[in-house]
Ligand binder design. Structure first.
Ligand code: AMP
Ligand code: ZN
Length: 470
C-alpha cells in the first residue's frame, strides 16, 4: 500500500487511483518569464521522485505539466523588452526543457501551453457565467467565491473574515486579500488580447490550470502537485472553478512540497541567492547529479536548506554509491555465492520500498541503501563476497536507479578488445621487465579512461567515466 499526505484532508491517506493501476498526474509547470531557479527544481524533482516511485510500484502514469506562457509576469517581461509574448517566452521554454534533461527529470507526457488552450478556458468561464457563479465588471469576469461553499477547503482559510464584496485583479495575492478573483481580464494597453465568445481579453492564471488539467486528465483526476506557495490562491481557485462548474470533485490527492531556502534564508534577487542551474554549473562548477541527489534526499514535506556544504555532502554520498559499484563490477571475487546475500538484499528491498511507499520517505530508503553498502563492504573485507554475490548486489543497486536517477550507465563487463589487448601487452612487458613500455601502455589506457590496479590476484581495471555524472 502506498500512502501520501493529502493537503485536502490534512492527513496521510492510502493511495487509491480512479482506474486501478493507472495514475493521472497534473503538476503546475513553470511560468516562463525567466530562467527557473533551484527552488522551482526542488518542486519538479519532488514530482519526478513521486512519478518514479509510482512507476516503480507498477503504476502507469499519465503526467501533464503546463507551461504558463501568459500571465501578469510574462506580459510584464515582454513589455519591458518591447517584444511579443511568444518571442519573449520561447528561450525560457527551451532552457527549461534543457534543464529537465540535465537533471534527468523524466519528461511529462504532455506540456500544454496556456496560449494554445484559450478556447477551453473560455468554455469554462462561459459555463460559470451561465450558472451565475461568475459575473462581469468593467470588461473583466470574476468568480464569486461566496457562491462556492467549498471555498477554502484546501488552504483552510477562514471565510468568516471574507470581504466578499471586493475583487482582486492580480494573479498572485496573499490570504489577507481573499476576494473574488479574475477569471478573464479586460483588454489593457500593452497586453495581448484574444477575441472570444465571452468578449475580448486574456485569461487569469488560475483558469489556465483548470482548463489544461481537465482537458488531458478528465475530472476528477488522481493527483495534483505543486509547491506550498501554490496552495493559496492558485490551487484553491482551481478547485473552485472546476468544481463549481461540474459539481464533481476536481482532484483526489493534493501533494505539496515545501520550499527550498538558501543558507537559511528565503531566495531573493536582492540577496543574490537565487541560483539557476546555469549559475551553478558555469559559476560554481556544480555536478548536477550531486544536485539531483541533494534535492531528492530531503523529504518533500520539509523545508530544504540549500548550502554548498550540503551539496558537497550529497556529492560524497553519491560517490560512495558509485565507488561501491565500481568495486563490485571490477573487483576480483572468489567464485560462487553465499546465502547471506539473498537475505541481505531482501531486507534492503523491504526497507527501501516500504520507506518510499510511506509518503515518499526517502530518508528510510537511502538509509537502507547505505546500510547495504556498509555491510557488503565489511563482508568483502573478510573475503565473504563471492562473484555471484557481487553481480547480484550490483544488479540490485542499479535497479534502484529507476527511482533515484543518479547513476551513470552500467559498466560494461567487457572492455573493447583493443583495450583488453593493451592490458595483456602491458602484462607481457612487465613480466619481461620492460618497464618503459609497460608505463607507456598504462598511460595510454588511462587516457582511454581505464585505470589499472596491480593486486596480489593479478591486474584489475576500472573505468573512470567522463559522462553521466562524475
Ligand atoms: P512558478 O514558475 O513561480 O509558477 O513556480 C513553479 C513551481 O515551483 C511551483 O510548483 C512553485 O510552487 C515551485 N516553487 C517556487 N519557488 C519555490 C521554492 N523556493 N521552493 C520550492 N518550490 C518552489
Ligand atoms: Zn497551476
Amino acid at each position: 500500500m502506498i500512502q501520501f499526505t493529502n493537503t485536502l484532508s490534512g492527513r496521510k491517506e492510502p493511495f487509491q487511483p480512479i482506474v486501478p493501476g493507472e495514475v493521472g498526474l497534473y503538476t503546475c509547470g513553470p511560468t516562463v518569464y525567466d530562467y527557473a531557479h533551484i527552488g522551482n527544481y526542488r518542486a519538479y524533482m519532488f514530482e519526478d521522485l513521486l512519478k518514479r516511485v509510482l512507476k516503480y510500484n507498477g503504476f502507469k502514469v499519465r503526467h501533464v505539466m503546463n507551461i504558463t506562457d501568459v500571465d501578469d509576469k510574462t506580459i510584464r517581461g515582454a513589455n519591458a523588452k518591447g517584444i511579443g509574448l511568444k518571442d519573449y517566452t520561447a528561450p525560457f521554454i527551451q532552457a527549461f526543457t534543457e534543464d529537465l534533461a540535465a537533471l534527468r527529470i523524466e519528461p511529462a507526457d504532455i506540456y500544454p501551453r496556456a496560449t494554445d488552450h484559450i478556447p477551453d478556458m473560455v468554455r469554462i468561464i462561459q459555463g460559470l457565467l451561465e450558472k451565475g457563479i461568475a459575473y462581469r465588471k468593467d470588461g473583466s469576469i470574476y468568480f464569486k467565491i461566496a457562491l462556492f461553499p467549498g471555498y477554502g477547503k484546501l488552504s483552510k482559510i477562514d471565510l468568516s473574515e471574507l470581504r466578499s464584496t471586493g475583487r482582486v485583479e492580480s494573479d498572485e495575492y496573499e490570504k489577507e486579500s481573499v476576494q473574488d478573483f479574475a477569471l478573464w481580464k479586460a483588454p489593457k494597453e500593452g497586453e495581448p488580447v484574444w477575441e472570444t465568445e465571452i468578449g475580448p481579453g486574456r485569461p487569469g492564471w488560475h483558469i489556465e490550470c483548470s482548463a489544461m488539467s481537465v482537458r488531458y486528465l478528465g475530472q476528477p483526476f488522481d493527483i495534483h502537485c505543486g509547491g506550498v506557495d501554490n496552495i493559496f490562491p492558485h490551487h484553491e481557485n482551481e478547485i473552485a472553478q472546476s468544481e463549481a462548474l461540474s459539481g464533481k470533485p476536481f482532484a483526489n490527492y493534493w501533494l505539496h512540497c515545501h520550499h527550498l531556502i538558501v543558507d537559511g534564508e528565503k531566495m531573493a534577487k536582492s540577496k543574490g541567492n537565487v541560483y539557476t542551474l546555469r549559475d551553478l554549473v558555469q559559476k560554481h562548477g556544480v555536478d548536477l547529479m550531486a544536485l539531483r541527489f541533494l534535492l531528492i534526499s530531503s523529504h518533500y514535506r520539509k523545508v530544504l536548506n540549500f548550502t554548498f556544504e550540503a551539496l558537497g555532502q550529497a556529492g560524497a554520498g553519491l560517490r560512495r554509491i558509485k565507488d561501491f559499484l565500481v568495486e563490485l563490477e571490477t573487483g576480483a571475487f572468489p567464485p560462487g555465492g553465499a546465502s547471506e546475500t539473498d537475505r541481505l538484499l531482501a531486507e534492503t528491498r523491504a526497507k527501501f520500498d516500504d520507506g518510499l511507499r510511506d509518503d515518499l520517505n526517502i530518508s528510510i530508503a537511502l538509509t537502507a541503501l547505505f546500510e547495504l553498502i556498509r555491510r557488503v563492504n565489511s563482508l568483502n573485507k573478510n573475503g565473504e563476497i563471492k562473484s555471484d554475490d557481487a553481480k547480484a548486489i550490483a544488479a540490485y543497486v542499479y535497479s534502484l536507479d529507476d527511482v533515484l536517477g543518479v547513476l551513470p550507465p552500467r559498466v560494461e563487463e567487457k572492455l573493447p578488445e583493443a583495450l583488453e589487448a593493451k592490458i595483456r601487452a602491458r602484462e607481457t612487458a612487465r613480466k619481461a621487465r620492460d618497464f618503459a613500455s609497460a608505463d607507456r601502455l598504462r598511460k595510454e589506457l588511462a587516457a582511454a579512461g581505464v585505470i589499472l590496479e596491480d593486486t596480489k590476484d593479478g591486474v584489475r581495471w576500472k573505468i573512470v567515466r567522463t559522462s553521466g555524472g562524475s
